[in-house]
Design a protein around this ligand. Structure first.
Ligand code: NAD
Ligand code: G3P
Length: 325
């Protein structure tokens, strides 16, 4: 493990890229920030870099990964790629780490994800996160690079699960914003977030993630942060839709990317393909498409067929044990 200051290139100079630059600088690492608007070329920025950290919005990840590959394929021999994007690619349904792994099959790829609202990190408030990779040593290296008094970093052996936790919670955060925007109360919010976690596990398991990862920081932890904070852009989308704003109005008022809007569309494709029940996501999708009102979405969720709480524990099974009375 290398405990020396590292040369880190952060791709994406938005809210999250800048917050990560601050966290890396705490440990005396040399940080270079690059964005598509940078005056310095990507090639120059990447010279002698030990770590490439991508904090680009989902829609730019493949283009930027291809750009990195085209300018610097040979000199990146020992470079670790870290991905901090929380989204899914339309059509391929790839996660960001899967895109990086496809383009850089010989580099270690590490996922960094957790309950990390950048505005709180900017204010130097404490936070924790998770780093996960198929390459355990690379994950431990990134843990060492970012761990500080302000930022506690855990490793996890399930990169797909860690990445999907951060991605899938964005859609549930939109629904939580709607719930608060309609003033539906704490009981309703608890029910929504808990059933939302069930949807996350269903999708995650189908895509190869471990159930227990969703009960950790990158799953439940990030879900709680995002569903309970007005600082979350995804939460704001739901909150403002519930307050009669249109989606274009909401998106133009946000400072940065609300990935849940596009993720929701990709999740609908995945759910249809694999026949997965994701009723909350389905209502968010119809709401974003302008097909239903927030109140209609609520009624649809409340009036669904009654069922057992757990997928593998049908009502009939309980009754047949004579426990009905
Ligand atoms: N802000 C947070 O609190 C936070 C925390 C954790 C993870 N994230 C995730 O990090 C990612 C970035 O979020 P952000 O808050 O920094 O967003 P942002 O909108 O503030 O910044 C996005 C960055 O991506 C770049 N970008 C966007 N589209 C691009 C394209 N087509 N090609 C090249 N570059 C492009 C922008 O120039 C900018 O540098 C998102 O996936 C988000 O979910 C954000
Ligand atoms: O502002 P949001 O909704 O993109 O949330 C930011 C982070 O994902 C919270 O961990």
């Amino acid at each position: 493990m290398n405990n020396k200051p590292q040369n880190i290139t952060i791709l994406g100079a938005g809210a999250w890229g800048q917050a990560l630059a601050h966290l890396a600088a705490i440990n005396q690492h040399t940080v270079r920030l690059w964005s598509r608007h940078s005056p310095v070329s990507l090639e120059d920025t990447l010279a002698n870099t030990d770590i490439i950290l991508c904090a680009i919005s989902m829609k730019g990840v493949r283009d930027v990964a291809n750009l990195v590959n085209s300018v610097n394929e040979k000199s990146l021999k020992n470079t670790i790629v870290v991905t901090a994007t929380k989204g899914l690619e339309p059509y391929t349904t790839y996660t960001p780490s899967q895109i990086w792994e496809t383009i850089f099959p010989h580099q270690p790829v590490v996922v960094l994800s957790g309950p990390n609202l950048s505005k709180e990190i900017e204010q130097k408030l404490p936070a924790a996160t998770v780093v996960a990779s198929k390459n355990v040593v690379a994950a431990q290296q990134i843990q060492l690079v970012f761990s500080s008094q302000q930022f506690r970093v855990y490793t996890n052996p399930d990169p797909v699960g860690v990445e999907l936790g951060g991605t899938l919670k964005n859609v549930i955060a939109i629904s939580a914003g709607v719930c608060d925007g309609l003033h539906l109360g704490t009981n309703a919010k608890a029910a929504l977030v808990t059933r939302g976690l069930t949807e996350m596990v269903r999708i995650g398991n189908t895509l190869g993630a471990k159930t227990e990862t969703f009960y950790g920081l990158s799953g439940l932890g990030d879900l709680l942060a995002t569903c309970n904070s007005p600082l979350s852009r995804n939460y704001q989308v739901g909150y403002q839709l519930a307050n009669s704003k249109t989606l274009p109005e909401v998106l133009s008022s946000l400072s940065g990317t609300a990935e849940g809007v596009n993720t929701c569309r990709v999740l609908m494709e995945i759910a249809q393909k694999h026949s997965i029940a994701i009723p909350i996501t389905e209502q968010v999708y119809q709401l974003l498409a302008g097909e239903i009102t927030p109140r209609q979405a609520l009624d649809k969720l409340m009036l669904r067929d009654i069922k057992s709480e757990f997928d593998n524990f049908p009502v009939e099974q309980i009754w047949s044990r004579g426990e009905k009375c």
